[in-house]
Design a binder for this molecule. Sequence first.
Ligand SMILES: *Cc1c(COP(=O)(O)O)cnc(C)c1O
Length: 417
Amino acid sequence: MTPTLSEAVAAARTGALPGSSCGELAAGAADVADIVARIERVLGRGGAPVALHEPRFAGNEKRYLVDCIDTGWVSYAGQYVTRFEEALAAASGVRHAIAMASGTVALQVALELAGVRRGDEVIIPALTFVASANAVMHCGGLPHLADSDETSLGLDPKKLDAHLADVAETTADGCRNRLTGRRIAAVMPMHTFGHPVDLDALTEVAARWRLPIVEDAAESLGSLYKGAPVGRHGLLAALSFNGNKIVTTGGGGAILTSDDALARRARHITTTAKLPHRWEFVHDEVGYNFRMPNLNAAVGLGQLEQLTGFLDAKRALASRYAAEFAGCNAARIHGDQPWATGNAWLVPLVLQPGLAHLREPLLEATNDNGIMTRPVWRLMHRLPMYAGVPRMDLSTAESLEMRIVSLPSSVKHGLAA
Ligand SMILES: *Cc1c(COP(=O)(O)O)cnc(C)c1O
């Protein structure tokens, strides 16, 4: 009798792994049961449901929030926006942080400030959250999809360089796609799950093709590249503080830059382009209302004060997963590259090449048993609105898409060591 998948999972949880002893279990089900058992041992949850990533409010969040309400400073002016921005800039090693209503609009404004104009193409990885591509569209551009690197899960600089050599040429105003006739205006790497791409290698390629870098650092607050925080290697970077990110403001984002003029301009156009005056309403261009309210910044400041503890806990949890999976033949935990110390935002399990067919059963076995796991995002060119955009060979991203499963990664599981 071959046990069903759920029987195998149940047996694995109690420590009796039937696949290894009876040999009757379909090899795939035994691998899935083994992976679930390892996840269970790391979480030690005693049967309670586990979220993929839950926020933790253990600091001054409530006190700061009440202070906003008590003083009436709830909206676009107030000390918490300024304090949050100063703390963010310090944590990221940049001169300026400009808080915004979401990570998506922070990306949009960053791209606009980097010079992306209507009709331009922007290089982004195909393996990213849809907001990266949407932000390009929102500023009038078109995503141009690039492949990822198995070692970083982010943009592959070598492959991008070879692709640009095939399709692009440098011009007086930057870079042009010879196939489409459009300008390629920027490259926007994304640090997947907080794992930094090889920024030095990418910087070299970007410089050769005269492309400014805008970092989509939405997932990577606290991640280090060669010992320094990410978000300062490009002209601009964007962070997100959505509820599932390492630090949350409920909803929000920020632009990081060390360029004084860009920072001034970011502030200006995201606050309706209003000229300072004691009472006159004078606006000198079509601006946005993209600023972060003081209420959200108050929560964010309380969160940011705990960042070091969050990072320690999340890195400890990632290490426990890595140790538990060290002897697993079917899958590996994606760890830090030599150049990086990631923030361990979400811990990705990567199935071995050839075992992609285990992804669905693994998602089913975990989610059916109260362990919330998720696949990586559907690749951009497989979404209807981006099916026709320019792209290069995406074989590594396509392989990774079918093999990545994100594991529960909340701070609380790192604390309960
Ligand atoms: C979360 C996220 C964003 C967008 O952030 P929002 O604050 O939700 O708008 C952008 N890019 C990536 C890679 C993200 O993970």
